[in-house]
Design a protein around this ligand. Structure first.
Ligand SMILES: Nc1ncnc2c1ncn2[C@@H]1O[C@H](COP(=O)(O)OP(=O)(O)OP(=O)(O)O)[C@@H](O)[C@H]1O
Length: 479
């Protein structure tokens, strides 16, 4: 701002005293000074009369448009910027705030404000925020970059912590699944030892991770150890670690054990039923005292871990058979979560099947196949001895060989069809009869799965319809 505009000290009378050295009237009586002000804006300014004829355009805007500033005076705004709406605002008297406008290929935010004095429209004031918008773009891009970095780091952190499941990963509509989710939240809110029981493949590890990730320890380690996968003689050093030179073959630096690694986090001790008898008292001690001795160590080590144990064995029966210490069992079974087998919660089968199909399709970057209604029936009727893991594997295998978008019963492994229609155990009989019986069962299963539709059943059995009729006749089946 030039000193030219400052004339004298103006202290008008009244309260509070005005110490400004210049008044508004003095400052803005000269249009040149007003222009000087508006040229200092980092944004574009355009002032038109109510019909849209340019009264003023500031330097930054004319420079941005590549036009001569003075030559624009008196032109219609649409001649200066084809998409201009100053004349429309002049007509309607309605301000347009934060409107988007495309100028020279750039998306720009504009404000168009009618200037009204005593009900008469005097002019339209336009503010074009191209500087801010560029800054916003830059900020937006920076934010996007930061967000994607955070996402990557979170993923890496989770991978490092070896967890990927949260409560949202637990899929299923059954009442028992809903109840179990509530239990997960309750378990996550306290620090009690959790014992998860259930058949193989029913989601014990998934639940253990969900408990960890729903609680205050989620950003701390989730350490997993499978008691049945490690030879008994190594298990102690894996769990408790060892001091340097503790035994032949030990690392010279020593090694931290899983209890140590799980400090402030969660230790997931899988297949606890397979814990060797020699280790059981040591586990009892660490649970009671949160302290343990490293192999070859002299001083006890403290660790603030939370234990989640899991087993598919009947620990109570093992206690009765004296294969598992009763005191350890009671110490472990503080908060029990029992996951029923999938066959006992058939309402979970289809939601899980659809979830797995979607998940696999995403992984393989292909379209998600749908389940034909007959296929749904077969999936629901099958007893799933391997639980959700088996369901996922079967769908994975099916998808790998699928040549259209719909999974029909014939695309599923045949044992699903025959097991879905349970029969009595087969007695030993001549081979020809056995083969005929098997054929009858397969045909019956296919017909049942297809609501007795012969064409569909034949497709499922991968034979021609006429051959199906012929075989049914030969086998003495009712057509
Ligand atoms: N409720 C569920 N929702 C979604 N996926 C599930 C569910 N239950 C299990 N799964 C999936 O089934 C598979 C097996 O689950 P998990 O490894 O947790 O079973 P597990 O009971 O620990 O098995 P095991 O006793 O053999 O160790 C995993 O792919 C898991 O994601």
């Amino acid at each position: 701002m030039g000193k030219t505009a400052v004339h004298k000290t103006a202290v008008p009378s009244g309260d509070p005293p005005n110490k400004a050295r210049v008044t508004m009237k003095e400052l803005f009586q000269d249009p040149h000074t007003v222009g000087l002000f508006l040229d200092q804006f980092p944004n574009g300014v355009l002032i038109t009369d109510p019909d849209g004829y340019v009264i003023f355009i500031n330097k930054p805007y004319s420079r941005f448009l590549g036009l001569d500033q003075q030559a624009q005076i008196g032109r219609h705004c649409t001649e200066v910027i084809a998409t201009s709406r100053m004349h429309i605002v002049g007509k309607t008297g309605q301000a347009e705030i934060n409107a988007a406008m495309l100028i020279q290929g750039e998306n720009i935010v504009v404000q168009r404000i009618p200037i009204i004095k005593e009900g008469r429209k005097l002019a339209v004031f336009g503010l074009v925020m191209f500087h801010c918008i560029q800054d916003f773009h830059k900020l937006g891009n920076k934010l996007k970059l930061l967000e994607s970095k955070v996402e990557i780091y979170e993923k890496e952190l989770r991978a490092l912590r070896q967890t990927r499941y949260t409560v949202e990963s637990i899929i299923g509509d059954s009442e028992s699944q809903q109840r179990l989710k509530q239990l997960v939240f309750r378990a996550a809110a306290n620090n009690l030892t959790v014992l998860i029981t259930g058949e193989s493949g029913c989601g014990k590890e998934l639940y253990a991770q969900a408990i960890h990730n729903a609680g205050p320890r989620r950003l701390k380690p989730f350490v997993r150890i499978n008691a049945s996968a490690i030879p008994a003689e190594l298990l102690e050093s894996e769990l408790f670690g060892y001091e340097k030179g503790a035994f032949t073959g030990a690392k010279s630096s020593g090694k931290r054990g899983k209890f140590h690694m799980a400090h402030q986090g969660t230790l997931f001790l899988d297949e606890i039923g397979d814990l060797p008898p020699a280790i059981q008292p040591k586990l009892l001690r660490v649970l009671e005292e949160k302290e343990f001795d490293m192999v070859g160590g002299t001083a006890p080590v403290h660790s603030d871990f939370r234990l989640v144990a899991a087993t598919n064995r009947n620990l109570e029966a093992m206690v009765e058979e004296r294969r598992f210490r009763s005191d350890l069992y009671y110490r472990l079974n503080v908060f029990n979560i029992h996951i029923p087998p999938l066959r006992e919660r058939p309402d979970d089968i289809l939601p899980q099947a659809r979830f797995f199909l979607n998940d696999l399709a995403e992984e393989w970057s292909i379209a998600t196949p749908t389940l034909a209604p007959e296929t749904e029936k077969v999936l629901k009727a099958y007893p799933w001895p391997g639980n959700s893991r088996e369901l996922r594997h079967i769908l994975q295998r099916t998808m790998a060989t699928l040549d259209n978008d719909t999974i029909h019963p014939g695309d599923l492994p045949l044992h699903l069809l025959t097991r879905a229609c349970p029969s009595h155990p087969m007695a030993v009989s001549p081979l020809k009869k056995t083969v005929q019986d098997a054929e009858i069962k397969a045909i019956q299963a296919a017909l049942k799965a297809c609501d007795n539709n012969k064409a569909k059943a034949a497709k499922m059995l991968s034979i021609h319809r006429t051959l199906l009729y012929r075989r049914m006749k030969q086998l003495g089946m009712e057509i």
